[in-house]
Write a protein that binds this ligand. Structure first.
Ligand code: MG
Length: 250
């Protein structure tokens, strides 16, 4: 059960979600061959403040050493932006949480640097994004978490991608992670019931290879065990009486 939110708190998530969505949209324009991950992090850090929000990762709640996670190629999530300079064809995931009026929203996307198309990379990215929307579409009002999980799993399985099972979506709002878990695989009709007013982050992560992960010595960066490429998409979503409202979309 999620701590109830007032209408004003839900509105703060709506407004914060829009700030986050616009920021990520603008970030895409900054991503090009020759730019370093650290430069992009500095841009994001500046822009979060300029837009009246707080970089949640840098707060005591998380203590991550940067404003945004930038996970490149075989890195799946939680990677610390480094001096690495992005190259044409890199597969890069950006994951960002902001706090606005004390409420948190969380969103992520993956893109290919430059515009050299590659079949497998595009398939990975498109199918992972599609699985996120399948999970959201499974919400028709009050919903079992398993209904969302099963919808995500079906898309990823049909696409023959590896499903990252050890990392899950989560309840979000007053806190970045409030204890509710949204796995990217599962059975319809199982797990907890989400009801109108609940807010969750749905975040499928998938690979072009296996499902096993490793954690770097930095304690943050999570990689595919087999070195295969990974993708990650995420939205913060409000459960409504008859569906879902995506809060981190323009
Ligand atoms: Mg998240």
């Amino acid at each position: 059960m999620q701590k109830p939110k007032t209408e004003a708190e839900i509105q703060a998530m709506r407004d914060g979600g829009k700030i986050l969505a616009q920021l990520l949209e603008d970030l895409k324009q900054q991503v090009k061959p020759g730019v370093s991950e650290k430069e992009l992090d500095a841009w994001v850090d500046r822009e979060i403040k300029a837009r009246g929000a707080i970089a949640t990762y840098k707060t005591d709640e998380v203590n991550f050493p940067a404003a945004i996670c930038i996970s490149t190629n075989e890195q799946i999530v939680h990677s610390i932006p480094s001096d690495y300079i992005l190259q044409e064809g890199d597969v890069v995931s950006f994951d960002l949480v902001i706090t606005y009026k004390n409420m948190k929203t969380d969103s992520a996307f993956t893109m290919i640097v430059g515009d050299k198309p590659s079949g497998a990379k595009k398939h990975l990215i498109n199918a992972t994004e599609q699985s996120l929307y399948a999970g959201i579409d499974a919400i028709k009002g009050p919903v079992r978490i398993g209904d969302i999980s099963a919808a995500i799993e079906k898309v990823l399985k049909d696409a023959k991608l590896g499903i990252v099972r050890e990392l899950v979506g989560h309840g979000i709002g007053h806190e970045m992670h409030d204890g509710i878990e949204i796995p990217n695989y599962g059975k319809k009709g199982t797990m907890g019931l989400l009801t109108p007013g609940d807010t969750i982050a749905i975040e499928p992560m998938a690979t072009l290879g296996g499902e096993k992960i490793t954690v770097d010595a930095d304690g943050w960066t999570i990689n595919t065990w087999d070195g295969s490429l990974a993708a990650h998409f995420e939205h913060t979503v409000l459960i409504t009486e008859d569906g879902a409202e995506i809060l981190t979309r323009l």
